[in-house]
Design a protein around this ligand. Structure first.
Ligand code: GUN
Length: 304
């Protein structure tokens, strides 16, 4: 049986570290880290995500504020709000929930957030820093993926890692982080020819294609580590809704370790958002852009 990589437990460990960092800042008379979340419209999934993020802030002592705006808010008004938040010293992190309504240009909006407050790591400056290995804020899900891999593997040097999915939010940044750790990285996607064969040689598979149960049992080498980033709501045979990942979980039990869905990557994304917010606040205290050297040490867990 493959070990289950418990994302909830690892996220809880990271939250403990984050809370200790918040407490240390406040004890030292520094500003309490603050996150501002902007949500346009009433997309139900986005509302759930934002609610979770706000609740998580309270758990670790981060001050949170919410700007819930109507779906017809103009791009100019949104940009004006972000400019105000960029100039507000009490705001250390700004997160604008995507997807945005169709009349808004997401690149323009996400690019208007000050890079040092961009706790999502979506700003081109942070993307550039990541791809050149020069620090910056690392996007939350890729950072969480790396922590989950680190919980079961000591060293990635020379390991064959296959990333399935090429999104700006997961596939591309994960590939860059893996390259920085001296892994041999193959980035693939759903149109890649011979995908099963390519996956089969991997020591580590990161599945982030958004394709439910894409990775079958015979795509996985015995002893491989599998990180499942996918999360799709599907209707079961009994007519019930359930969340499934990009990996046929029951068929990959010959792997060394695998993340479940839910309870794997998902909890790590929010824990990394909190960690990024504290890093941004620490960097603001030091008067500099958050750098990779301020990333808290990665938590490690014993697999059973
Ligand atoms: N929508 C879904 N996930 C995310 C995320 O991590 N950040 C933002 N800003 N929007 C999202």
């Amino acid at each position: 049986m493959a070990d289950i990589i418990d994302g909830r437990a690892i996220a809880a460990q990271l939250d403990e570290q984050t809370k200790a960092q918040v407490d240390a800042m406040v004890d030292a008379g520094q500003a309490r880290p603050g996150l501002t979340v902007i949500l346009l419209g009433d997309d139900p999934a986005s509302q759930v995500y934002v609610r979770h993020k706000i609740k998580a802030c309270a758990r670790v002592g981060i001050r949170s504020t919410e700007h819930r705006l109507s779906a017809d808010t103009s791009q100019d008004d949104l940009l004006a709000l972000i400019a105000k938040l960029n100039a507000d010293d009490d705001v250390h992190g700004i997160l604008c929930q995507v997807p945005l309504p169709p009349h808004i240009d997401p690149l323009k909006v996400l690019g208007s957030i000050a890079p040092e407050k961009d706790v999502d790591g979506f700003h081109p400056v942070n993307v550039g820093r990541l791809s050149t290995g020069t620090g910056g804020i690392i996007p939350c899900t890729p950072l969480g993926v790396m922590m989950l891999i680190d919980s079961v593997l000591d060293d990635l040097t020379g390991k064959d890692v296959v990333v399935i999915g090429k999104s700006n939010i997961v596939g591309k940044p994960v590939a860059n982080l893996l390259l920085d750790r001296e892994a041999t990285v193959t980035v693939t996607h759903i149109y890649t020819e011979g995908l099963a064969q390519i996956a089969r040689k991997a020591d580590v598979i990161v599945a982030a294609a958004g394709a439910p149960r894409l990775v079958k049992g015979d795509w996985v080498k015995p002893g491989a580590v599998i990180i499942d980033v996918g999360i799709t709501r599907v209707r079961s045979d009994e007519g019930k809704d359930k969340l499934v990942g990009d990996v046929a979980f029951d068929d990959v039990q010959h792997a060394k370790a695998v993340t479940p869905v839910p309870g794997g990557v998902g909890p790590m994304t929010i824990a990394c958002l909190l960690s990024n917010t504290v890093r941004a606040a620490q960097a603001a205290e030091l008067g500099q852009q958050a750098s990779s050297s301020t990333v808290p040490p990665l938590p490690r867990v014993q697999q059973v």
